[in-house]
Design a protein around this ligand. Structure first.
Ligand SMILES: [Zn+2]
Length: 406
């Protein structure tokens, strides 16, 4: 059956301006884009906006708490069930493909593929790699080793690694376990004011080993990095994306632009605590001041990257907060509406290496589509205006306006 989605304001995801036109869908794929298309069923989308399915390049759908005691007390398998509402929420927000940068294992991905777990298509990192004392090392001064943030299990190899040989082994184990992308941490995390999160982690020979093994396995490499030296080391070594990039200087963004290294700025994650505080959440003064410094630095770095022409891919990191606010913050940081949509669709697909399958409204691609009731703007509050989400041409969230038979 050929279905025509007619008369919508189509933003095709490639950065061009919207135009009113028709999109024909058949067997889960987009088969034509143009005016006056005919089909077996026509759905009139006049006055609505049609986008490609959104792609979130940095999520964590397997649940784990930032509170250590909660993590220690949670039953092991509870983390996987926590993915159910998170995946549903991602779909509701229009995300039809996401990249899980640690947590989700091959079983979670298979559950989605087999229709057991409704949610966006998954690209997975399985685990992230950091050195002893790094981002995911949960050893405590008391002597208690509280395990990695994502506890190793048969489907999720151990992620604290030191030296080129251990790193090589870890990349091979991750590839064997089904990782689509290799995630490393070249600085500490930024969540905790006590932790010094700026110094660079991993030495050049360790980074070279990651890149070589990942390239050999045909996997891209994503690096979590807040401090600028950790960013530069990772970019110089040849990673495909910098995640967060909270502190970027001119040299760093020039290096990224020259090499085509993507930035996944996760701005909404930095602004989340401030938004929560503004909405009445009680957050300690010290923590709030820390959050303010991080948010300001993150936004300034993002603007610097945009100015230098660094490719930007949308990612939220998903630590609470409103997922679609990331679009708002990218616009605040200087992207046009069309560029925000491109960062959340076609550019994200390029980073994931799946641009020949998803990320734009173009014949041949999967019919992953989002219908917005009325205008796309403002991005704040967009969730409420998302009317229909299609995956492979099938409605997976919301409802479709009544079509008429021809
Ligand atoms: Zn993350």
């Amino acid at each position: 059956m050929r279905k025509v989605l007619a008369h919508a304001h189509v933003l095709d995801g490639t950065g061009g301006p919207p135009r009113v036109t028709d999109v024909a869908v058949e067997d889960g794929r987009i088969v034509a884009v143009g005016d006056g298309l005919v089909g077996d069923v026509v759905v009139d989308l006049a006055g609505r906006t049609l986008l490609p399915g959104l792609i979130n390049t940095h999520v964590h759908v397997v649940g784990t708490s930032p509170i250590l005691e909660d993590r220690l007390r949670a039953p092991f398998s509870a983390q996987f069930f926590a993915a159910i509402p998170l995946m549903a929420d991602l779909l509701r927000c229009g995300f039809t493909t996401v990249r899980d940068l640690a947590g989700a294992d091959l079983g979670v991905k298979r559950a989605v593929e087999r229709g057991l777990l409704p949610g966006p298509r998954l690209e997975i990192a399985v685990q992230c790699l950091s050195p002893t004392g790094g981002h995911i090392d949960a050893w405590l001064p008391s002597g208690v080793d509280a395990f990695e943030y994502y506890i190793a299990h048969p489907g999720r190899p151990h992620g604290v690694v030191d030296g080129p040989d251990e790193i090589r082994l870890a990349v091979r184990e991750l590839t064997r376990a089904g990782a689509d992308v290799i995630k490393i941490c070249t600085t500490n995390g930024g969540l905790y004011p006590r932790k010094d999160y700026l110094p660079a982690h991993f030495r050049d020979d360790e980074l070279a080993a990651v890149i070589e093994e990942a390239r050999n396995a045909g996997r891209p490499v994503a690096s979590h990095a807040h401090g600028v030296e950790g960013v530069k080391n990772a970019v110089r070594a040849g990673v495909d994306s910098i995640e967060h990039g909270t502190y970027l200087d001119d040299e760093a963004v020039d290096m990224m632009a020259e090499r085509g290294t993507y930035l996944v700025p996760t701005l909404s994650r930095s602004f989340g605590p401030l938004d929560n505080a503004a909405a009445g959440a009680r957050i300690g003064a010290e923590r709030l001041a820390h959050a303010r410094r991080i948010a300001d630095a993150n936004l300034e770095s993002f603007q610097r990257a945009v100015g230098a022409g660094v490719p930007i891919a949308m990612g939220t990191d998903m630590h609470g907060g409103e997922l679609l606010d990331e679009l708002h913050y990218m616009q605040v940081g200087g992207l046009t509406t069309e560029q925000v949509v491109a960062a959340s669709t076609s550019v994200a697909a390029e980073l994931l290496g799946i641009a020949d399958d998803v990320g734009a409204i173009r014949p041949g691609l999967r019919a992953d589509l989002v219908v917005v009731a009325g205008d796309l703007l403002p991005f704040k509050g967009l969730r409420e205006r998302i009317a229909t989400v299609y995956q492979d041409g099938v409605v997976v969230s919301g409802s479709e306006p009544e079509g008429r038979e021809r």
